[in-house]
Write a protein that binds this ligand. Sequence first.
Ligand code: NAP
Length: 218
Amino acid sequence: MATVLIIGASRGIGFEFARVHAARGDQVIATCRDDEAAAKLAGLGVRVERLDVTDAVAAKALVDRLPTLDRVVVNAGVFGPRDATPATVDTATWLSVFEVNVVAPLRLAALLADKVTGSMAFLSSRMGSIAMSGGGSAIYRTSKAALNAGIKALQVERGGRAPILLALHPGWVRTDMGGAGADIDVAQSVAGMVAVIDRAGPDASGGFFNYTGEVIPW
Ligand SMILES: NC(=O)c1ccc[n+]([C@@H]2O[C@H](COP(=O)([O-])OP(=O)(O)OC[C@H]3O[C@@H](n4cnc5c(N)ncnc54)[C@H](OP(=O)(O)O)[C@@H]3O)[C@@H](O)[C@H]2O)c1
């Protein structure tokens, strides 16, 4: 039985990660922000913690009360305004996307690293790949590219010590963020990512992977 922390488990991909690991018999600690999500997660039989990932004091306090962890999934993320461009977005809005998608996960990574014996996976996006950029959505793309840079930097900094650090693309998934017209459902996406995490050895650390296991170019 593994001890697994899921950051941002209220709905969508994060909730499915909590459900799958609970169903495997793992000891799951799942974070959310409101009562409704807490009740839903409690129904899975998991330990529920409250965290808004932008609250640095709360993040530190949560890490301090956690046990040693086998696996962490940092899932919380936002897309930001879909119709905004760098020409029209106000600075505070762009920075708020960076706060959730870059600052918060990398802070959690740094705070948690010494507590994690196995792997730490981050929900990135293929939209953060510079090599595969399709143009547009610069606010979201730049945030995930920055997240990827931070994950790689932490892996180099750890110098071969645990945890195994993984940037994952979940596919285009039917969630509130992905929309009803997306390619795959949360079950297919998360089953794929769990298999990728299960298989990942130290050589995979600092890598960027699709939910199907293929390497995604930075
Ligand atoms: N869906 C896709 O096609 C797709 C593709 C590529 C990458 N991703 C990435 O996959 C991850 C999950 O996406 P999703 O599709 O499941 O999105 P979603 O349905 O919009 O869910 C977003 C999750 O992030 C949490 N969250 C957002 N801001 C937070 C904050 N400040 N503090 C704590 N939690 C916060 C939400 O919690 P609340 O319920 O409290 O708001 C919710 O649990 C994201 O990082 C996303 O960028 C998704």
